[in-house]
Design a protein around this ligand. Structure first.
Ligand code: BO1
Ligand code: ZN
Length: 258
């Protein structure tokens, strides 16, 4: 795949991304205008299998050149319910962030940007693997949550210390001890927005059923700064690693709550 970056002024920047990024009609991220969302009480609640457990496994942390990504061994964590059609198995989560606390989230709400965004990426188990699922309209489910900077270190995010070993692009730490995900997500998982969208990076495939939780999660300034040190050419924080919002077109954003 061709080179791409988040530098707005570069030939490989977001305005010039190719493939579905330039032609698609269900692109992500979006500005969630809450006054235009439509409540759907059928969305129901999520079933998150093993998100509350510390499994006897290790995770793989990488600076993949675009983000900090934490990868998981096969099929240990599952997501269903919440209006999703079928069972999705979680393969990784990763972060998007900005150069300062006023920017960095991909989704924005009523025009407001947040400091960072975490994406739990799962694929539909009706497909054999992520590669099969990634270009199907119902292939992926991403759970997204907006992160703000608060006063205290958030102990659920202690694993972010691994960023010290991921400063150089394409670094990998293979033996991150497993930790639980339940406190990475907001306490109230019943309030969320739902729409059909895409990967937010090239190739921007239109395969994602998006969930963005209404409640936010807080990490400390110190924890935020750990992310900002990751490099590609210069730091990833220089231009951030968040895609600008995309046209909604004829889509409807649902909400699970009034
Ligand atoms: S995101 O959640 O929309 N930001 C997003 C963006 C890109 C991917 C996933 C989620 N890409 C996929 C790639 C695969 C890769 C996989 C796991 O991520 O298409 O090739 O293996 O990292
Ligand atoms: Zn993402």
């Amino acid at each position: 795949i061709a080179q791409w970056s988040y530098n707005p002024n570069a030939v490989d920047g977001p305005q010039n991304w190719k493939e579905d990024c330039s032609t698609g009609k269900r692109q992500s991220p979006i500005d969630i205008e809450t006054a235009k969302t439509v409540m759907d009480k059928e969305l129901g609640t999520f079933t998150l299998v093993n998100y509350n457990k510390t499994l006897n496994k290790t995770f793989r942390a990488t600076n993949n050149g675009h983000a900090l990504e934490m990868g998981f061994p096969g099929r240990a964590y599952n997501v269903s319910g919440g209006g999703l059609n079928g069972v999705y198995t979680t393969v990784q989560f990763h972060f998007h962030w900005g150069a300062n606390n006023t920017v960095g989230s991909e989704h924005i709400v009523n025009g407001k940007e947040y400091a960072a965004e975490l994406h739990f990426v799962s694929f539909n188990t009706k497909y054999a693997n992520l590669g099969e699922a990634v270009d199907k309209p119902d292939g992926l489910a991403v759970l997204g949550l907006l992160i703000e900077v608060g006063e205290h270190n958030n102990s659920a995010f202690s694993f972010l210390e691994v960023a010290n070993k991921l400063v150089e692009p394409f670094s990998i730490v293979n033996d991150v001890p497993a930790f639980t995900f339940e406190h990475l997500l907001p306490d109230d998982k019943t309030k969320f927005f739902r729409y059909n969208g895409s990967l937010t990076t090239p190739t921007c495939l239109e395969s994602v059923t998006w969930t963005v939780f209404n409640d936010h999660v807080f990490i400390s300034q110190y924890q935020m700064n750990l992310l900002r040190r990751l490099k590609k050419n210069g730091t990833l924080a220089e231009f951030g690693n968040y895609r600008p919002v995309q046209p909604l077109n004829n889509r409807i954003v649902k909400s699970s709550f009034p």
